[in-house]
Design a protein around this ligand. Structure first.
Ligand code: CP
Length: 305
């Protein structure tokens, strides 16, 4: 039988996502219970694009579960540089590891990997498409800071066109009732049409604006994103758009006192460093939530209770 892989957040039911968050909460309270859960299990991380958080948090997650990690740090140091296909790469790694976390610049590459591997594959980000485990981190951060995933007004700000974490987060939050969405972006970086259609079909209340100042007083969650330089076709457009939104203490004056500010990171200029000291800044805490959710997901896919 084909092992179960996670390519999109839609590969997980709402019940499974809620259960993963419950496990992550238990990991937070009782880390010692999980220290040996993946003993003798091996995770392979194969990243064909740069990463700090996702790769290292997957590796840290497996090590904290008592398992081991084998890794190709970048595509240049693997046989992909000699022209090996994704299909062949994952067939081979299936002989060496029990589970694979893969990042790839080509949208859809994890679908091919999931079809060809004989062990579970987790999409750790494919092009401008999806990043489901970042979404698991985001959901846990929201649930822990707001106490709910429903009835929230969520502002998504920045590069909504290429920001794959935004696409996965919207897909996930649409599962929870009563959320409103304010999409804040320059016209050139609007949410792609297929995602706007998803919002329209869902019946959710949503609007688009170019003004962060307009949106900020209404928000329970502000999800800032970086302009994705690596997805632009020309440098001139990137330079023109990269500093469109810079969140600083001045802009936060009109925000709710219990706003939660999230960012998948890495940050470039879009959040002023002075905001880091604001208790509403949750983006470094979000990285811890990511590790705990990846621990819960690895156990789930390996069938470990
Ligand atoms: N959030 C995120 O995907 O970060 P990395 O690119 O560092 O993995």
């Amino acid at each position: 039988m084909k092992p179960r892989s996670i390519v999109s957040i839609l590969d997980l039911s709402t019940e499974e996502i809620n259960n993963l968050m419950d496990v992550a909460d238990d990991i937070e309270k009782n880390p010692e219970k999980y220290q040996e859960k993946c003993r003798h299990k091996i995770l392979s991380t194969i990243f064909f694009e740069p990463s700090t958080r996702t790769r290292l948090s997957f590796e840290s997650a497996m090590l904290s579960l008592g398992g081991s990690v084998i890794s190709t740090a970048d595509s240049k140091s693997s046989s992909a540089a000699k022209g090996e296909s994704v299909a062949d790469t994952v067939k081979v790694i299936s002989n060496y590891a029990d589970i694979i976390a893969m990042r790839h610049p080509k949208e859809g590459a994890p679908v091919v990997a999931a079809m060809k591997a004989t062990v579970p594959v987790i999409n750790a980000g494919d092009g401008g498409h999806f990043h489901p485990t970042q979404t698991l981190a985001d959901l846990l951060t929201i649930r822990r800071t707001k106490g709910t995933l429903s009835g929230l007004t969520i502002g998504l700000c920045g590069d909504l066109m290429f920001g794959r974490t935004v696409h996965s987060l919207i897909e996930a939050m649409l599962r929870y009732p009563g959320n409103n969405y304010i999409l804040i972006s320059p016209n050139e970086l609007r949410l792609p049409e297929y995602m706007r259609e998803e919002l329209a079909k869902s019946g959710a209340v949503w609007e688009e604006t170019t003004s962060l100042e307009y949106a900020i007083p209404k928000l329970d969650i502000l999800y800032m994103t970086r302009v994705q330089k690596e997805r632009f076709f020309n440098e001139e457009d990137y330079v023109r758009l990269k500093d469109t939104y810079i969140l600083d203490e001045e802009k936060l004056r009109s925000a709710k006192t219990d706003l939660a500010i999230l960012h998948p990171l890495p940050r470039v200029n879009e959040i002023s460093v002075s905001v880091d000291e604001d208790p509403r800044a949750k983006y470094f805490y979000q990285t811890l939530c990511g590790k705990q959710m990846r621990m819960a997901l690895i156990m789930m896919l390996l069938g470990i209770q």
